[in-house]
Ligand binder design. Structure first.
Ligand code: B12
Ligand code: SF4
Length: 436
């Protein structure tokens, strides 16, 4: 019996460098709405070098592909409609990526695709960066657009209503793309006004924690908080006094049909991009009335942490019900602690405070850093400052235990695992400014 090989096992593309035009054609035939190429050693991708190696060590070329969403669905105040559009586009884009890889396999080109979003490596949850490849950075380098004020990538033609995927392949190609040389963001600030937790700021700053706490309420951090609420509830009425029936139902829906985003309003209102601008350009008032206003008027819960700028922003929204929660982003290592500092820092809690702490971590993860909190800003420097208001020498695992409320600081001092020099009150201030 003779077996017919479905796929070529040898590389059938003979040229030293494979044709970018041919691969682009395959990508389009398989459903990519646009495509671009980046060589693996592009300096701008240094932050993901390790992640790329982890997913596919033989990577020579990154292919950025995009999936266009239906913008009326993303803009719909009906959250189920918008979420369905996100979920289906994620599914379709993954399918497109897998089919491209299958076609390339037939030519003997090997490769794979990191996920569009979730699943991610949850073992790294306490290290903050749990994704391997930053699709936005790859898309920018591949000339598919630039990040706008809201930090989503805006495609010059399609606007920001796109999701991104990156394919990693093991051949060099004969043409690589470069970033577009103009900024498609109109600086209209509609995204700033649409975000119910003030995550997008006019100066370009982005409040990761605010977005994570509200928009991702039914993803891992919010899920963990919900589980702990159940664990801490002595009976069903105690639970129901903290979690309303509609919130339990929404969590059930997320667990059953894919996690629901609570907003994405920054993306929904963005008028940038050639195909979108016509709706806004000549009729700005009408656009605001039709696109922004229904989202502002939607009556819905907004999830915030008490005492944060997100709470202040949410309280200004007339039609929203402010709900107080935690996001439970707890570091599991010193690496995660250091990475998480700028994300978890609460500038409101730091108002009027000014101090520096030199940390010396010993034991399993040895590292020295200096944290300065001044003028409502946090700065982290590698190395231990010679003069600091407080110096802390602490065993790394003990410190993570303290942050996770699984070890007592008093016990740590008594057992010599934590030593302090200087004003210990600054430790209390620090914990207020960087709540875990
Ligand atoms: C982490 C993440 C988030 C985080 C942080 C977002 C962010 N701005 O980085 C949270 C949970 C808040 C988030 C929210 C959303 N996300 Co998201 N997210 C990602 C993910 C996994 C990585 C993003 C990334 O590379 N960030 C780093 C850099 C590139 O982002 P940046 O904003 O330009 O820079 C800021 C951060 O880097 C931060 N920062 C600096 N140093 C460090 C270090 C670490 C470790 C971290 C975490 C942050 C950080 O400060 C910078 C300035 O504010 C990607 C999927 C992927 N694997 O790439 C999707 C992705 C970026 N998300 C996407 C989407 C659609 C959303 C939402 C609209 C979700 C929704 N449906 O409601 C919102 C939009 C929020 C917003 N305005 O940015 C799309 C964006 C598509 C596009 N057109 O650009 C992506 C690309 C998913 C995809 N495959 O399509 N997301
Ligand atoms: S909504 Fe306006 S300011 Fe925000 S990213 Fe889009 S074009 Fe830029």
């Amino acid at each position: 019996m003779s077996a017919t090989l479905k796929f070529e096992t040898k590389r059938t593309v003979q040229a030293e460098k494979v044709s970018a035009k041919m691969i682009a054609e395959i990508c389009r035939e398989e459903g990519a709405d646009d495509v671009g190429f980046v060589e693996v050693d592009r300096p701008a991708l240094a932050v993901d070098r390790e992640g790329i190696r982890q997913v596919f060590p033989r990577t020579k070329t990154l292919i950025s592909i995009i999936g266009l969403m239906n913008r009326e669905s993303i803009r719909s105040p009906a959250r189920n409609v918008a979420n369905d559009e996100f979920h289906h586009t994620i599914h379709d884009l993954t399918e497109t990526g897998r089919n491209i890889i299958k076609r390339l396999n037939q030519l003997g080109i090997r490769g794979t695709l990191p996920t569009v979003g979730f699943p991610m490596d949850m073992n790294r949850i306490g290290e903050v960066k749990i994704w391997d490849v930053s699709h936005k950075l790859v898309a920018e380098e591949a000339g598919l657009g630039r990040r706008g004020l809201h930090r989503n990538v805006i495609h010059p033609k399609l606007g920001n209503y796109i999701l991104l995927e990156t394919l990693l392949i093991d051949v060099e190609i004969d043409h690589y793309d470069r970033p577009v040389d103009y900024d498609p963001c109109l600086k209209c600030n509609l995204c700033v006004s649409a975000c119910p937790v003030g995550a997008i700021q006019t100066n370009g700053a982005f409040d990761f924690s605010a977005c994570m706490t509200h928009n991702y309420r039914e993803f891992f951090g919010g899920f963990q908080d919900w589980v702990e609420t159940i664990a801490d509830s002595t009976n069903s009425s105690k639970y129901r006094s903290q979690v309303k029936d509609n919130e339990s139902a929404s969590m059930w829906q997320s667990l059953s049909f894919g996690a629901n985003y609570k907003a994405a309003y920054c993306m929904a209102v963005c008028p940038a991009g050639e195909d979108v601008y016509f709706e806004f350009g000549s009729e700005k008032k009408k656009y605001i009335q039709e696109v922004l206003r229904p989202l502002k008027e939607k009556i819905e819960p907004i999830y915030v942490q008490k005492g944060t700028p997100a709470e202040q922003a949410a309280l200004k929204e007339k039609n929203k019900e402010v709900r107080y929660v935690h996001n439970r982003l707890r570091p599991s290592s010193i690496l995660g602690f250091v990475r998480g500092l700028p994300i978890l820092f609460n500038p409101l809690a730091a108002k009027g405070l000014g101090f520096s702490i030199a940390f010396r971590f010993t034991g399993k993860e040895q590292r020295e850093i200096t944290v300065e909190i001044k003028d409502s800003q946090l700065k982290v420097r590698e190395g231990r400052a010679e003069i600091a208001d407080l110096e802390i020498k602490v065993d790394s695992e003990t410190w993570i235990g303290i942050l996770n409320q699984q070890a007592s600081p008093v016990w740590a001092v008594l057992t010599g695992k934590l030593k302090l020099w200087g004003n210990p009150l600054h430790l209390h201030h620090f914990q207020k400014c960087v709540p875990v």
